[in-house]
Design a protein around this ligand. Structure first.
Ligand code: GDP
Length: 304
């Protein structure tokens, strides 16, 4: 429900444009396809994904000879559902599903401001609610306020936080965190990381080192590398995804701030363009405002 509400703006913006575009037109011709392309691109679906959708719509139009402008709406819906659902593995595991490792180590990456701290806090809360023991690691030792902010979320979720001083080696914090998780028999260890944009090369090296050091303590750790993206930044989110996915082995995405943005189309683009599943979506600032991503639900919400 919160997701449907959250998608209101995206839906209104996208279908508003589509409706205005097809008004007064009686067939899908090259001009309509051009306009459709522009609508998709300006809805933050991303260029590659837009071209893929246009190709398929064009093929369908050619095949069916005549497609009325009104039918275009249904065609687009089919195409987006196809794109999003194709090759779709099962829905990501719910928080109460059994975890494949103990401790299950999750490293959370992303640029400052995207909602990394909030997402970690929400995840810790959800795992706790599901009866799992959680430990957090304050791996962003670079930003002065990062440790205190994470501490607030740790308290809120009722989980311990492993931390060192501001400026400490983030790899050492990561190591301490999973060592403590092992010692305490924790089910889940969630490790925060820095997200400074400048000195990007430095950041990617730092993340690689954290991963290496964790792997020395527990051979397959981190078991998940979750990239947090702010959906309300549209194309920026796609660019950040590209950079992180190129440098770190990202295993899943969390898209935040889907409430109240008209740029929800970005979810379609990231799911299609990168071979990385969207696992979670953030639909608000409160601790319960994190949902396990359900593609079918998303497509339905977009076209309700
Ligand atoms: P970080 O710098 O990546 O750790 O970002 P924070 O977790 O501190 O979040 C930055 C801002 O985004 C805060 O004001 C959060 O309340 C807000 N935020 C995070 N997730 C969401 C979300 O899903 N929806 C909304 N509306 N705000 C969010």
């Amino acid at each position: 429900e919160k997701l449907e509400e959250g998608l209101d703006k995206t839906r209104d913006s996208f279908f508003g444009k589509l409706d205005r575009m097809v008004r007064g037109k009686d067939t899908v011709d090259a001009e309509v396809l051009d306009e459709l392309e522009e609508i998709l691109i300006t809805s933050d679906v991303g260029v590659d994904t837009t071209l893929d959708i246009i190709d398929h719509v064009e093929a369908r139009v050619a095949q069916d000879q005549y497609v009325s402008a009104q039918e275009l709406n249904g065609l687009i819906r089919d195409e987006i559902a196809r794109l999003m659902l194709e090759g779709s593995e099962e829905r990501p595991a719910d928080f109460d599903a059994p975890l494949p490792n103990q401790p299950h180590v999750i490293m959370v990456v992303g640029v400052n401001g995207v909602g990394k701290t909030t997402t970690i806090g929400k995840m810790a809360h959800k795992y706790r609610q599901a009866g799992k023991s959680v430990l957090m690691g304050a791996g962003d030792t670079f930003r002065a306020a990062a440790i205190e902010q994470l501490e607030i979320w740790a308290d809120r979720a009722g989980v311990p936080l492993i931390k060192q001083k501001h400026g400490a080696d983030p790899a050492a914090v990561a190591y301490d965190t999973i060592e403590a998780a092992e010692a305490r028999d924790a089910d889940v260890a969630i490790v925060d990381t820095a997200g400074r944009l400048h000195t990007k090369g430095g950041l990617m090296d730092e993340l690689a080192k954290m991963k290496r050091v964790m792997g020395r303590k527990i051979p397959d750790a981190p078991h998940e590398v979750l990239l947090v993206l702010d959906a309300s930044t549209g194309q920026n989110a796609l660019r950040q995804a590209e950079e992180f996915i190129d440098s770190v082995d990202v295993t899943g995405l969390a898209l935040t701030k889907l409430d109240g943005t008209a740029k929800g189309g970005v979810v379609i683009g990231v799911s299609h363009q990168f071979q990385v599943p969207v696992k979670y979506i953030g639909v608000g600032e409160a601790v319960e405002d994190l949902q396990v991503f359900d593609r079918k639900g998303f497509v339905q919400g977009l076209f309700k």
